[in-house]
Ligand binder design. Structure first.
Ligand SMILES: *Cc1c(COP(=O)(O)O)cnc(C)c1O
Length: 435
């Protein structure tokens, strides 16, 4: 008889990982443990929990069973050893960098980054006195030129928001490891279904679970997933390797091995920051992740159909979808994203800022809002919203043209999506829209 435990596939883990029937009631859905605290069995086990000698529920600012089911499922899907959930994607990033960095450190960061992350890192750099080395991730020598002996991490997105730049993960990982630094990848746009950066040498993955993981635009959430393979005791990460004053001189990496970073994040950083994921939000995430693979296949197919259609419409300039045949990222997509490059991309209207405004106003099915990764198709015109304070030359410097439109393609019937876009394009070109 074959006794090796079965390695379940991605779709199976998306439905089952992290979850068992509730031992007390038999409930098959994960209960929402809506509780702040947990009653200790006795004083001895309470003391062991507080000393981190035993792992158990103390208080929901540190851990909670519903949140733990989400963490375990995400870690399983990303092929990591574990995860720590946070109240948002930006909370997860802030906590990770806060845990890793000391004043005087440097991090190398891809220039093509979600705008909120750029703003956050600039603030963090000022407060923590760290230096950001901005990297052109499309330049094969970009990472190597930007790292120094002080570099403590490399940071980039698998598929960048909103430019669609695709990261050469193996290249960035090899440069990171030459200087003893971890490669941290924001895998929000790809999700673990389309790409698992840890399998290509990345050390830590961060997520805005607000997007495709929950999948329906109901929840703000984030997480850090660790590969468990980085050597935090290489002399460069005293906050993880050296004795912690918060726990009587405990050394996180030596004591917890592959869980060293995660234990540091949970029992110190999350405890101190308090940016904790609510149990109800974790419940919504568990529901959403069950259908991740099914949804992503449809997101990818719909987005490609929309991108190809846009490419042959009058009044449309560049269409920047990384999986299109003329995309500079085509070969990286084949290597890292064989199932597709996601469903967020941008294109340019030749009618500029005013055309962009008319385009948005003429749409009725696409929702005009600042989010991505919803079942609903979403659209935003940066020049009249997120970037509206910028003059045309400032826009250009941030990689956005006056007529640039960003789409997040949802799960509707493609024909309906194209019908609506056609109306928008006609309005952008200045023709009257008839219903
Ligand atoms: C939205 C987003 C974030 C921030 O996540 P929040 O959950 O909104 O805090 C970070 N990175 C990327 C790529 C995002 O799209």
């Amino acid at each position: 008889m074959d006794e090796t435990p079965r390695e379940f596939g991605f779709r199976t883990r998306a439905v089952h990982a992290g979850q068992r029937p509730d031992p007390y009631t038999g409930a098959s859905a994960t209960p929402i443990y809506q509780t702040a605290g947990f009653v200790f069995e006795d004083t001895e086990s309470a003391a062991a929990y507080f000393n981190l000698q035993e792992y158990g529920n103390i208080y929901s600012r540190i851990m909670n069973p519903t949140v733990a089911a989400f963490e375990e499922r995400l870690a399983s899907l990303e092929a990591g050893v574990g995860a720590v959930a946070f109240a948002s994607g930006l909370a997860a990033q802030a906590a990770l960098f806060f845990a890793l960095l000391e004043p005087g450190d440097r991090i190398a960061v891809a220039k093509a980054l979600y705008g909120g992350s750029t703003a956050q890192l600039n603030h963090l750099a000022r407060k923590l006195q760290i230096t950001l080395d901005w990297v052109d991730m499309d330049d094969p020598d970009g990472w190597r030129r930007s790292v120094t002996a002080e570099t403590k991490a490399l940071f980039a997105e698998t598929v960048a928001n909103p430019g669609g730049n695709v990261l050469d993960i193996e290249l960035a990982a090899s440069v990171a490891h030459e200087v003893g630094a971890p490669l941290v990848v924001d895998n929000t746009f790809a999700t673990p279904y389309l790409c698992r950066p840890l399998e290509f040498g990345a050390d830590v993955v961060v997520h805005s679970a607000t997007k495709f993981l929950v999948g329906n635009g109901t929840t703000i959430a984030g997480a850090v997933v660790d590969s468990g393979t980085f050597d935090w005791s290489n002399g460069r990460f005293p906050s993880i390797a050296e004795p912690s004053t918060a726990y009587h001189g405990l050394k996180f990496h030596e004591t917890f091995g592959v869980y060293g970073l995660l234990m540091k994040l949970r029992s110190e950083t999350l405890r101190d920051f308090g940016a904790v994921l609510a149990p109800f939000n974790a419940f919504l995430l568990l529901l959403g992740m069950e259908s991740l693979a099914v949804r992503m296949d449809r997101h990818v197919a719909n987005a490609l159909a929309v991108a190809e259609w846009l490419g042959v419409q009058p009044g449309v300039g560049a269409v920047r979808h990384p999986a299109l045949p003329d995309s500079p990222y085509r070969s990286l997509v084949e290597r890292y994203l064989p199932r597709g490059a996601g469903s967020v991309f941008s294109f340019d209207l030749e009618s500029g800022r005013e055309g962009g405004r008319r385009f948005i106003e003429a749409l009725s099915l696409w929702s005009h809002l600042a989010n991505v990764g919803d079942t609903k198709s979403l659209v935003i015109h940066p020049a009249s919203t997120t970037h509206r304070q910028l003059a045309d030359d400032e826009l250009a410097a941030s990689g956005v043209a006056p007529g640039t439109v960003r789409l997040s393609v949802g799960l509707e019937d493609v024909d309906d999506l194209l019908w609506d876009l056609e109306r928008g394009l006609r309005a952008a070109r200045g023709s009257a829209v008839t219903a």
